[in-house]
Write a protein that binds this ligand. Structure first.
Ligand SMILES: [Zn+2]
Length: 288
């Protein structure tokens, strides 16, 4: 039983590296000059062209228990259980917290509109647990945004966060062009997004449900989002630049839209090819 679980963990870990899944494990933290920088939804992944990256992933068994604990089972004694205990109390953390998998593109749940949460119910155990799971999954990935349908919950809840650390992995000139600045964790229930102004920007973006790919998507530069916070209090966020992009991406999920449904044609590509020139005739990246 334990052996089987171990095998599963190993295969998951390797799978994750083969597809350059975005992770926080030590093997992915290594900075190299040939990093492919993920402009959105994740940490830098080493390129598969770098031969050292594949050898380091197969030899990093010491980091395995933590980095591959995709599902935290009741028997897991990983360091993350400390975080869980602080949220749920020790007993509950040991008993009930199963980390959901991120639903991948192709699953119909990603193409259905999600339902509003009854505002009275935001404080309930059920909704609070969903929010905690979403935050955990978002940070574990790691990513900068997640919508509830991405963990197969068809409710209108999004979480987003961008940190100095994540941004430090991106290229300075890109960060500037994207107007990307850190912001604290935001939990928004029943978000309503309003586009402001008429400026937009074209940049590559990705999605935790579409591993290993990026595409150019046109997004509004400024948006206003209203909704409710995790305590059920009304909330309003005025966002611009990269945060506005994340908000639009996550709100799209709630309407059953993935970025691949609205990408600029012919710009869909693997992360390895992110730096290749755009096809002839494609619009230039940047604000417009
Ligand atoms: Zn997404």
């Amino acid at each position: 039983m334990a052996m089987e679980r171990m095998k599963l963990m190993v295969s998951r870990h390797h799978h994750h590296h083969r597809f350059l899944f975005l992770c926080k494990s030590s093997c992915c933290k290594r900075k190299t000059s040939s990093l492919i920088l993920s402009p959105i939804w994740g940490c830098p992944s080493s390129t598969s062209r770098s031969s050292s990256s594949s050898s380091s992933s197969s030899s990093s068994s010491s980091s395995l228990p933590n980095s591959s604990a995709w599902r935290i089972s009741s028997s897991s004694k990983s360091s993350s259980s400390g975080w869980l205990s602080s949220v749920f109390g020790k007993k509950e953390a040991a008993a009930a917290f199963v980390v959901p998998e991120i639903v991948k593109a192709g699953d119909p749940v990603l193409h259905e509109a999600a339902e509003e949460v009854d505002v009275e119910e935001i404080g309930s155990d059920r909704i609070q647990k969903i929010i905690e799971q979403m935050i955990y999954v978002l940070r574990k990935a790691p990513g900068v945004g997640l919508a509830a349908p991405q963990i197969a919950i068809p409710l209108r809840i999004i979480v987003l966060e961008d940190t100095k650390e994540y941004i430090s992995y991106a290229r300075k000139n890109e960060v500037e062009a994207q107007d990307r600045r850190p912001f604290d964790l935001l939990v928004i229930v029943n978000p309503k997004l309003k586009k402001k102004g008429n400026k937009s920007a074209l940049f590559f973006e990705g999605c935790l449900s579409v591993d290993g790919f990026r595409a150019v998507v046109e997004r509004h530069l400024e948006v206003e989002v209203t909704g409710f916070d995790r305590e059920g209090r009304p909330l309003k966020v005025d966002a611009s630049g990269w945060q506005a992009r994340i908000l639009q991406h996550e709100c799209d999920h709630l309407d059953g839209t993935i970025y691949v449904d609205k990408l600029v044609p012919r710009t869909f590509r693997t992360i390895e090819n992110l730096d290749m020139p755009l096809p002839v005739g494609c619009p230039q990246l940047g604000a417009r």
